[in-house]
Design a protein around this ligand. Structure first.
Ligand code: 8YV
Length: 311
């Protein structure tokens, strides 16, 4: 008998095909009546394969009394109620490490873009505005001060890349990282006041909600730029939009938003922002590696009782 896997949303063909080969797959996303589907099939489910699109909340977990593992596609698992899963004796796995490079690459790309006007310059050329005159001067990146919110795997990868730009680097974590060469700022507002670029790389969820508050944004100041490749929930989005509109900060480059895929209308009209549709991990290479890690976690768990990357 093949184990039964509940898939909550569409996944890469690579993952879906392998799941179908190895398991009996039940598709929550294709169920016309979710409650009925869960009442009938929930008790048979051994494992969940999830991604960011669908919440794996307490109610869903409670409908799966046999399930022992949630194998999540993504390093961030703020849409999974991991505490409830743990209380039910379930393992939750995520996909760390394999996406670190791509996410850090995009953070640097966004930082350079928002400061130097790469995509704005592209729009400028396409609109024929260059024929009428040069673009306004931009802000320099190399040698500037970088503040990192969340010096985890991704934060460190951003820092390594920023070193090649001769940037001075400090970070804010709740606690000082014992093995870091960078200066720790206990107060995030102090870090924001000090830096030219504030890159948000901390995990989402209740603990970091609104961490980049109106006061932090104020401290960043009219010459400071914000880059967010973490979660929209970490930033007070209305406060950010207001600060950008009133030029109380220089600009923002955002890959994540509070209510994706909806982006506040006010941001679309601003020229001091760069907006991308949550693409930090979205390369063929990295998404394949993330998918493989979901499969490997399930396989290891069913074979040995131990997952590879539990959270
Ligand atoms: C998403 C991400 O998971 O890994 C993360 O935390 O934000 C992304 O890689 C991606 O949208 C897949 O659902």
């Amino acid at each position: 008998m093949k184990p039964v896997v509940l898939q909550t949303s569409p996944m890469l063909p690579l993952v879906e095909n392998a799941l179908l080969e190895r398991y009996e797959v039940l598709r929550l996303d294709r169920a016309p009546d979710r409650s009925r589907f869960l009442a009938e099939s929930g008790p048979r489910v051994d494992a969940v394969a999830s991604s960011a699109r669908v919440a794996v909340d307490a109610a869903l977990l409670d409908a799966l009394p046999r399930a022992r593992i949630v194998a999540h596609f993504g390093v961030g698992y703020d849409n999974v109620d991991a505490a409830h899963a743990k209380a039910r004796g379930m393992v939750v796995t995520n996909t760390p490490d394999v996406l670190t490079d791509c996410v850090a690459d995009l953070a640097i790309a966004l930082m350079v873009d928002v400061a130097r006007g790469v995509t704005a310059g592209d729009r400028y050329v396409r609109a024929g505005r260059w024929l009428k005159g040069a673009m306004p001067l931009a802000a320099k990146v190399s040698g500037k001060r970088l503040g990192i919110v969340g010096l985890g795997r991704i934060g460190r990868a951003v820092a390594r890349r920023a070193e090649a730009f001769d940037m001075e680097i400090r970070y804010h974590n709740r606690r000082q990282a014992p093995d870091s060469p960078y200066a720790w700022e206990k107060s995030l507002a102090d870090l924001a006041r000090w830096c030219d670029f504030l890159v948000v790389a901390t995990s989402g969820g209740a603990e970091s909600r609104g961490l980049v508050s109106a006061a932090v944004i104020e401290a960043l100041g009219p010459k400071g730029f914000l880059v967010n490749i973490a979660r929209g929930s970490v930033v007070d989005e209305p406060a950010l939009v207001a600060a950008l509109a009133e030029r109380r900060i220089a600009g923002a480059a955002l890959d994540v938003f509070a209510d994706e895929p909806r982006v506040p209308e006010a941001l679309l009209a601003l020229d001091n922002v760069v907006l991308t549709p949550h693409i930090a991990s979205a390369t063929t290479d990295t998404r394949a590696a993330m998918g493989q890690l979901v499969l490997d976690n399930l396989a290891a768990f069913f074979e040995t009782g131990r997952a590879l990357t539990p959270v």
